[in-house]
Design a protein around this ligand. Sequence first.
Ligand code: ADP
Ligand code: MG
Length: 242
Amino acid sequence: MPAIEIRDLRKSFGKLEVLRGIDLSVETGEVVCVIGPSGSGKSTLLRCVNLLEEPSSGSVHVDGVEVTDPDCDIDAVRRRIGMVFQQFNLFGHLRVRENLTIAQRRVLRRSRAEAERIATENLHRVGLAEKAHAYPAQLSGGQQQRVAIARALAMDPRLMLFDEPTSALDPELVGEVLAVMRSLAAEGMTMLVVTHEMSFAREVASRVVFMDGGTVVESGPPEEVFGSPREARTREFLHRVL
Ligand code: ADP
Ligand code: MG
């Protein structure tokens, strides 16, 4: 059973059809990187997986549960999905440790002691244990994004969605966030990653998906998509970004 299975997914905003029949599955343990021009529907696709956007038609299954079924307990599914955005979305008025404990306590009903233990564990995982008492504004962008990843991990997600997690960062801070993502991938985390970091996609992805105009134009192992793209649109895009 795939971790994510998307079938003939369509999404319109008014008359604008943004996703035009997407088929995509992600196996457990796979790292799938989605690349493509701005406006091609990558964020919308990711947001349809945890129903931050409601698909117009088609189906999405997460671990065998159909999230597009109106009877689905979407909160239960969302609990299993970690999401990391371009903007880190940390709670600015809370210290790092509280950023990591609040959802554990409110959503997973963990005790304060357990939530704090798991927070510490996950701050270690992203190399920021010493920042537990800092406020987000006291951290660099790269550190804030690593906190956001640790916060998602503290919820024990079955899979992680990343939407351009390094796009808002100064260039010198990109590497530390990608390093954390690489180690997650090496640990076997299932990941669906929208990214402009072609070298990351090339080295870490099990599969690369090129989207354009709301469709999957081409997908395959990174060495194929980057090394010998079949479609003209893929070649043009890669020519522009590489
Ligand atoms: P990408 O992430 O590939 O840049 P998006 O999924 O963000 O693309 O957007 C795809 C298209 O959908 C764009 O034309 C965008 O303007 C439009 N769009 C995205 N979200 C909304 C929304 N909530 N309402 C109306 N249009 C939207
Ligand atoms: Mg986007």
